[in-house]
Design a protein around this ligand. Structure first.
Ligand code: ATP
Ligand code: MG
Length: 293
């Protein structure tokens, strides 16, 4: 198997054949507050905890701010600051100079360095906004990716502003096109445990999961993707039928209408999802006013 670098995002690696490929640029797209920075920090910290180095290119916040926010999420970045975790903080708008001069020099200086480096650009958005000229935008981002990819795996975050009905915002098409992998984060502010999702839009050279995967934030761990394996074992399926049988028993005990019981039997017949139907049954019971206790 090809050399893969585990993302550090729990549940993601099994959807991308074990991790990111070396020397690839991966873009995390999502609107504000969807978890892009969390993803980036989790990715870079995973490498550092495994003896790799990290280069965090920030175009907005100062290193101190980033590390403070990381600490609130349960990541101790300070411990590795300037030992294995390095920052490039770019203020102002001299991206062109950074991308064309500073970065190549830095990469060259590290080129005979054997320790693997993970690179984060968070957020890449200011580079996109630096120019209205699409061609120049492409040149800048293309050059940036090309340069830092030499060091290892790159994760760049891009803020998007989608219009209704758009899968991906027009403003992020350039980095999406120029990258090797694209992950899309979404947030549906509708309450409930699984109101955040992750989708893999592309991953060059990788057979990747094609679902919409719910994820949660766990303080101290970061993002945990609920990427249940595609195939369920037979025993597990039998367990589920037991869950249905118990539900039907209970429904009968509660004097449920025959059509309600038929409905549950019908769901049982079609249930081939790799997770327990308990929550669904609860919702259905509740909808028909069936109180278990
Ligand atoms: N441990 C946690 N528990 C609950 N929620 C969390 C946790 N960590 C992060 N969040 C939520 O995720 C949100 C934003 O996370 P993050 O900063 O990673 O998003 P972002 O996409 O980078 O946002 P922006 O576009 O503003 O940079 C926070 O507003 C917070 O509500
Ligand atoms: Mg952010």
């Amino acid at each position: 198997m090809m050399n893969r670098f585990p993302s550090g995002i729990f549940g993601l690696d099994r959807l991308i054949e074990g991790g990111f490929r070396d020397k690839t640029a991966n873009v995390i797209v999502g609107s504000s507050g969807t978890g892009k920075t969390t993803f980036a920090i989790q990715f870079i910290m995973h490498g550092i905890e495994n003896g790799e180095q990290g280069l965090y290119i920030s175009l907005e916040e100062k290193p101190k701010q980033i590390m403070e926010e990381a600490a609130l999420m349960g990541f101790d970045m300070e411990k590795h600051y300037e030992e294995s975790l390095f920052f490039i903080h770019l203020k102002g708008e001299n991206f062109k100079k950074m991308i064309e001069e500073q970065l190549p020099a830095l990469v060259k200086a590290r080129s005979d360095y054997l320790i693997k480096t993970r690179i984060v650009v968070d957020p890449l958005t200011p580079v996109i906004w630096a120019t209205d000229d699409k061609l120049q935008q492409r040149e800048l981002i293309g050059k940036l990716f090309y340069t830092v990819k030499n060091l290892g795996v790159v994760v760049a975050t891009v803020e998007e502003h989608t219009k209704p009905g758009e899968t991906i915002g027009e403003d992020v098409l350039t980095p999406v096109y120029l990258s090797d992998g694209v992950l899309h984060l979404d947030y549906y502010p509708v309450g409930g445990a699984f109101n955040r999702t992750l989708q893999i839009l592309k991953m060059r050279g990788t057979k990747h999961g094609e679902g919409v995967y719910p994820f949660i934030f766990v303080r101290g761990a970061g993002i945990v993707v609920r990427s249940t394996p595609l195939e369920t074992k037979e025993e597990e399926k039998k367990d589920y039928s037991k869950v249905f049988d118990e539900a039907i028993e209970t429904a009968k005990m509660l004097k449920a209408q025959p059509n309600v019981i038929m409905k549950i039997e019908n769901i049982k017949k079609w249930w081939n999802y790799p997770y327990s139907p308990e929550e669904i049954i609860e919702i259905i019971f509740d909808s028909y006013g069936l109180k278990v206790r």
